[in-house]
Design a protein around this ligand. Sequence first.
Ligand SMILES: O=C(CO)COP(=O)(O)O
Length: 159
Amino acid sequence: MRKMLAKKRIALVAHDNCKKDMIQWVEKNSESLVGHDLICTGTTGRMIEDALRHKYGDEAIDKVSISRLKSGPLGGDQQLGSMIAEGKIDVLIFFWDAMHAQPHDVDVKALLRIASVYNIPTAQNRSTADFIVTSPILSKEYTPKVYDYSSYISRKIDL
Ligand SMILES: O=C(CO)COP(=O)(O)O
C-alpha cells in the first residue's frame, strides 16, 4: 500500500519554451502550492523560486519547501525518475515541449514512463495541472492504487 500524506511532494518541471507557462501557473496557484514540498529540476526551480520570492519576499520564501535537482538535460529528469521509483514523489507537473526535440529526449520519455508505471498523477499541460491543483484530494491523505508487478519480478527466464 502506498499512502500519500496531506502534504504532497510535488515535482515541477518545464522545458524552456514552457517555462513562462509554468511560472504563470505557479504564480496563479501559489497559495495552493506553498504548503506542499516542491521538487524541481534545476532551472525550473530557480525560476520558480525567483517568482515566489518576488511575490512573497525573502522571509516568506525561506518557509517554502523548494528543492532543486540537477538541470533536466544534466540528469534532473533521471533524478526525478529515481525519486518516483523510490516512492518520494506524489505528483508530477511536467510541461514538456511538444514542438521541439530535446537533447535529453530519452530522459523525458523515461520520466513520463516511470510516472505511469507508479501511477503518479501527472499533468503534461496547464489544463490538467489546473484540475490537479484544484482537486480536494491534493490536500488530503490519499491511497493510490498500487499495481502488482510481482509476476513480472518473479517471471521465469529460460537460460
Ligand atoms: O529539461 C527539463 C525537463 O526535461 C527541465 O530542466 P530545467 O528545469 O533544468 O530546465
